[in-house]
Design a protein around this ligand. Structure first.
Ligand SMILES: Nc1ccn([C@@H]2O[C@H](COP(=O)(O)OP(=O)(O)OP(=O)(O)O)[C@@H](O)[C@H]2O)c(=O)n1
Ligand SMILES: C[C@](O)(CO)[C@H](O)COP(=O)(O)O
Length: 386
C-alpha cells in the first residue's frame, strides 16, 4: 500500500523460453522455481499488497501452488502470445490496484527494496522503471555480414531497462488503449507510456537483477543459487548365491556369486546410490527397478554409466567416490586397482577419483558369518562448468 492505494505486482511468466531452450519460469534453481523466487521478492516488499502471476494457458494450477505461502494473496491468469499481451491480462485482473508493478519472472534476483522504490516513484510520477546506466561504450551497427560500426552513441544518456516497472494502473490501461493492436510489439510496458508522451522516471536498478534469457544466463543463475558441491552416501547388501558369477566393482572374482536382479555388483550399487543421493535423484531402485526385465542380469557398470549421465544432466560431474566393502571373502585388496579402473571408466573419471577398500567384519554379523557382502560408499559431486 502506498499513500492509501493498493499495489499489485504482476509477474509476467507467460513465455516459453525460446532463447534459453527451457521455460525459465519453471526451472528449479536452488530448490525453488524461478517464478516463485521472483514472486517471493515482490511479496517481501512492504509496498506490495497482492500478486498476479501470468502464465501460459493450462499451467494456472501449477502457478497457484508456486504462489502459496508467500504471505500475500496471489491470483493466476493465463497469458497471451506476446509479453505485452500477458501483461495486459494481468492488468485486467489487478482490478483493485491503484498502482501496478510489472516484473519478469525471468528476473529472480530483484530485491524487495527495489520493488518498493519503483512502486513509490510510480505512485508519485505515474510511471517508473528500474534501470542501470550503460557502462560500456555503445556502437550502432549497420549492414549485415559482417556488421560495421555506423556510429558511437553517447552512453551518458543510455540506460538498460530492467523490471520491476511501475505504473498508476489507470495510466497503463490508457497506454494500452492508445496503442491498440500495436501494443503487442513492445518489449516493455514503459514503451507504451512513452508513446503517449507521458514521463517515465528512471529508478537506479541493480546490477545483479539480470534477466535469464540465454542458456549462459541459466548457468549464471545456477552458479549463484546452487551449492558448488553435493555429497551422497550409498549402502547396499547382497546375499551369497552359489552358482552365480561374483562381480565386484565390475571385476569378476572366483567363488560364490551374489543374489540379485542385475549382476548384483554390490560395490557398484553402493557407489551408484551415493551419486544418485548427491544429485537428489532418489535411489537405484527408483531408476532400475527389479521388476523391469531390461535390467535382468545387466552389468552394474552399465547402471553406473547411466547414473553418471543422469547426474550430468542435472549439471554435476563426479568429484570422487570412496567405497568400503565389508566381505569375509573374496580378498579385495589384490584386485582393488582393477576395480578402481573399471568403476572410474564407467563414471567417466580418472581412477584417482575412485577409491576401493575392504574390511572383513571381524567374524561378526552377516558378513562375519559369510552370508553376504555389504558396501558403504560416499560420493562428492562437483558443479560442472557448462
Ligand atoms: N507471451 C509472453 C512472453 C514472455 N512473457 C514473460 O516475460 C518475461 C521476459 O520475457 P523473455 O525473457 O523474453 O521470456 P520468454 O518469452 O520465456 O523467452 P523467449 O523470448 O526467449 O522465448 C518472462 O518472464 C516471460 O515469461 C510473458 O509473460 N508472456
Ligand atoms: C522488460 C525487459 O525485461 C526490460 O529489459 C525486456 O524488455 C524484456 O524483453 P524480452 O525480449 O521479452 O526478453
Amino acid at each position: 500500500m502506498i499513500g492509501g492505494e493498493r499495489v499489485v505486482a504482476i509477474v509476467a511468466a507467460g513465455g516459453s523460453g525460446q532463447r534459453a531452450g527451457v521455460a525459465k519460469q519453471w526451472l528449479v534453481l536452488g530448490g525453488e522455481t524461478v517464478l516463485r523466487r521472483a514472486a517471493r521478492a515482490l511479496a517481501a516488499s512492504e509496498a506490495v499488497d497482492a500478486l498476479v502471476a501470468v502464465v501460459p494457458a493450462g499451467e494456472e494450477g501449477r502457478a497457484e501452488r508456486e504462489l502459496a505461502g508467500l504471505g500475500k494473496p496471489g491470483r493466476v491468469v493465463a497469458g497471451g502470445a506476446a509479453r505485452a499481451d500477458s501483461v495486459r491480462n494481468g492488468l485486467a485482473a489487478a482490478e483493485e490496484a491503484g498502482v501496478v508493478l510489472v516484473h519478469d519472472a525471468a528476473r529472480p534476483f530483484a530485491s524487495p527494496a527495489l520493488a518498493g522504490r519503483v512502486a513509490e516513484a510510480a505512485a508519485r510520477d505515474g510511471a517508473a522503471l528500474a534501470a542501470v546506466p550503460v557502462t560500456d561504450t555503445v556502437k550502432r551497427a549497420a549492414g549485415a555480414e559482417p556488421p560495421r560500426v555506423a556510429e558511437t552513441l553517447d552512453r551518458r544518456t543510455l540506460w538498460l531497462a530492467q523490471t520491476p516497472q511501475g505504473f498508476r494502473r489507470a495510466l497503463l490501461l490508457a497506454a494500452y488503449e492508445a496503442a491498440g493492436a500495436g501494443a503487442s510489439a513492445v518489449t516493455d510496458e514503459c514503451a507504451l507510456v512513452e508513446r503517449m508522451g507521458a514521463p517515465v522516471t528512471l529508478v537506479p536498478g541493480e546490477a545483479g537483477n539480470f534477466k535469464i534469457t540465454a542458456p549462459e544466463d541459466v548457468e549464471r543463475a545456477r552458479a549463484i543459487l546452487e551449492a558448488p558441491v553435493a555429497t551422497g552416501v550409498g549402502y547396499d547388501t547382497h546375499r551369497f548365491a552359489p552358482g552365480r558369477r561374483l562381480v565386484l566393482g565390475g571385476v569378476e572374482f572366483e567363488g560364490d556369486g551374489l543374489l540379485g536382479h542385475s549382476d548384483a555388483d554390490v560395490c557398484a550399487h553402493a557407489i551408484g546410490d551415493a551419486i544418485l543421493g548427491a544429485a537428489g535423484l532418489g535411489d537405484l531402485g527408483r531408476h532400475f527397478p527389479d521388476s523391469d526385465p531390461a535390467w535382468k542380469g545387466v552389468s552394474s557398470l552399465v547402471l553406473l554409466r547411466e547414473i553418471a549421465r543422469k547426474a550430468a544432466e542435472r549439471g554435476w560431474r563426479v568429484g570422487n567416490a570412496d567405497v568400503t566393502l565389508a566381505a569375509r571373502r573374496p580378498k579385495i585388496a589384490p584386485r582393488a586397482e582393477e576395480m578402481r579402473a573399471r568403476l572410474a571408466e564407467a563414471l567417466g573419471v580418472s581412477p584417482a577419483q575412485v577409491n576401493v577398500k575392504a574390511t572383513t567384519g571381524e567374524g561378526m554379523g552377516f558378513v562375519g558369518r559369510e552370508e553376504g557382502i555389504a558396501a558403504h560408499a560416499i560420493a562428492l559431486l562437483v558443479r560442472a562448468a557448462r
